[in-house]
Design a protein around this ligand. Structure first.
Ligand code: AMP
Length: 494
């Protein structure tokens, strides 16, 4: 049996003529259409000398051709390496040097800078032109999908690299397949589903969680180049599901037409990649009648846990471990500790970093670096990243606890709590706060409200006001950026 994940997508589609993708321009593509294009691209890649286990790096805009390219690479038994289009030439040098791809696919405008004599460069633009597309026209659509086993690699996804160099997470056909199967099952996807897809496709969320799940269900997608609140609102009556990062939901909440009637056709709203505020969860269910289904995953492990489809979806929780995933918490007394994960979803290690890989596993469990706890009912709660933990005067402070208190104060929109070097305390608890529009709340007012709610050692030594928190494309607050910006804050203050 061929374990190539493409073979499973191919077998899953009940009817080849089924509708698969509609773009923002109203173009329609069937499964047949996109799978045939992937066959043509696969033939181009093989003609360029691609062999199984070779890497194909792709720095391309989200498009239907880019989706077909992902499928083509996997069909060739090669390894897909998607790269954020925001990466500069210098950053690309690192990734290409590290991954040593056989072929690079990039935008025609980048080709001159990124080409070298080592790998072959082909181009693909956002509007579907370039040498890759030109070459497909000469190729047949039939292609015999290369035989793969569950442990063979399908993709390498570089982590966002918030500490040190970005690492390439090696994901096998079995990793991707087992996760997509679980998600179809627990989220009840069927061929009748229509997903609004507005996520980037160089990241696990948009590429695997969204598209693999849809393809395994034989369902269809409204495929948008990026988040656009007005367009999503327009499409919601024709869709059944949305997968988003929390900022999708906070932005949609301020749309004047969001209400129960408008979302009557929707089956489920799913959120992940960054914490969804309990307040957003509540506002969303007040306005739409839908409890957002929050799940937890990461590049290295695919999805780990999810709130239930049936049953209570608890705000501020990431739910239960997926059926075949084992999650344990490394803590002494059943309290907060580092989340460790084992299962068919867990990656094969970091590309060419055996020591780093070994250091991040313990008894077969991947040490996620996320801090969490299980509540009495078995729901998992994430309380931050272990590297974000603040140790002040020997006490552990979990930023999320302080952030929740601050976010609950009138006049505060949101906050991020970090530890900054402090002469007396080692680290000083510091809150970076965004005020609500028109609010003039002061440092003293926030501090006096926290004084009655938090033990002294947890209270911020300082509050820094900003107009916006730095976030990456997946909506994650970049605490490393904040720490760097304010590194000498207390030194300067003394
Ligand atoms: P990435 O590898 O870019 O997908 O980032 C994975 C990290 O995102 C995880 O290790 C968590 O820190 C965070 N994350 C993902 N989903 C959630 C969630 N639902 N709540 C809180 N943090 C999350």
């Amino acid at each position: 049996m061929n374990d190539n994940i493409f073979q499973h997508f191919f077998d899953a589609k009940k009817n080849a003529a089924n509708h698969f993708v509609e773009t923002e321009l109203g173009e329609h593509f069937t499964y047949d259409g996109i799978f045939n294009l992937s066959g043509q691209i696969a033939n181009v890649l093989i003609a360029e000398g691609l062999k199984p286990d070779d890497r194909v790096a792709a720095q391309v805009e989200k498009s239907v051709a880019a989706l077909a390219l992902y499928l083509a690479v996997v069909r060739c038994g090669a390894i897909f390496l998607p790269l954020n289009t925001a990466y500069t030439d210098t950053e690309m040098d690192y990734f290409l040097g590290d991954a040593e791809p056989r072929i690079l696919i990039c935008d025609p405008a980048r080709a001159a800078n990124l080409s070298n004599g080592i790998y072959k460069t082909l181009t693909l633009s956002a509007n579907n032109s370039g040498s890759l597309i030109d070459s497909t026209k000469l190729q047949p659509s039939s292609f015999a999908t290369v035989h793969r086993n569950m442990d063979d690699l399908a993709a390498i996804l570089y982590t966002s690299g918030t500490t040190g160099k970005s690492k390439g997470a090696m994901l096998s056909h079995g990793n991707l397949l087992s996760n997509a199967k679980s998600l179809v099952k627990i989220w009840r996807f069927t061929a009748d589903d229509v997903l609004i897809h507005a996520l980037p496709t160089y990241h696990t969320h948009g590429l695997f969680v969204a598209t693999n799940t849809i393809m395994l269900a034989g369902a269809s997608m409204l495929y948008l180049p990026k988040f656009d609140a007005d367009l999503i609102m327009k499409l919601i009556p024709r869709a059944t599901t949305l997968m988003g990062v929390p900022t999708f939901y906070t932005r949609l909440l301020s749309h004047p037409h969001l209400n129960r009637e408008h979302v009557a056709n929707m089956r489920v709203f799913i959120s992940g990649s960054a914490p969804l505020l309990a307040e957003t969860h509540k506002e969303w269910s007040d306005k739409t009648g839908h409890a957002i289904l929050e799940r937890y995953g990461m590049t290295e492990t695919n999805m780990n846990s999810s709130n239930p489809y049936d049953g209570e979806r608890v705000a501020g929780s990431v739910g239960f471990p997926l059926p075949d995933v084992d999650i344990r918490i490394d803590s002494e007394a059943g309290g907060i500790g580092v989340i460790e994960i084992k299962g068919p979803n867990v990656f094969k290690g970091y590309w060419r970093m055996p020591e780093k890989t070994a250091a991040e596993f313990r008894d077969g469990y991947f040490i996620s670096g996320d801090l969490g706890r299980f509540d009495d009912r078995g729901y998992l709660h994430i309380v931050g990243r272990s590297k974000d933990l603040v140790i002040t005067g020997g006490f552990n402070v979990y930023p999320i606890e302080i952030e929740n208190e601050i976010d609950g104060i009138d006049g505060v929109l949101e906050s991020a709590v970090i530890g900054l070097p402090h002469r007396d305390f080692g680290e000083g608890v510091t809150a970076v706060v965004v005020r609500k529009p028109h609010s003039a709340i002061s440092e003293a007012e926030i501090k006096s409200q926290l004084d009655v709610r938090l033990a002294k050692f947890k209270q911020p030594k300082a509050i820094i006001f900003v107009t916006e928190l730095p976030r990456n494309a997946m909506g994650k607050v970049q605490k490393n950026v904040l720490r760097k910006t304010y590194d000498t804050y207390y030194a300067a203050a003394v």
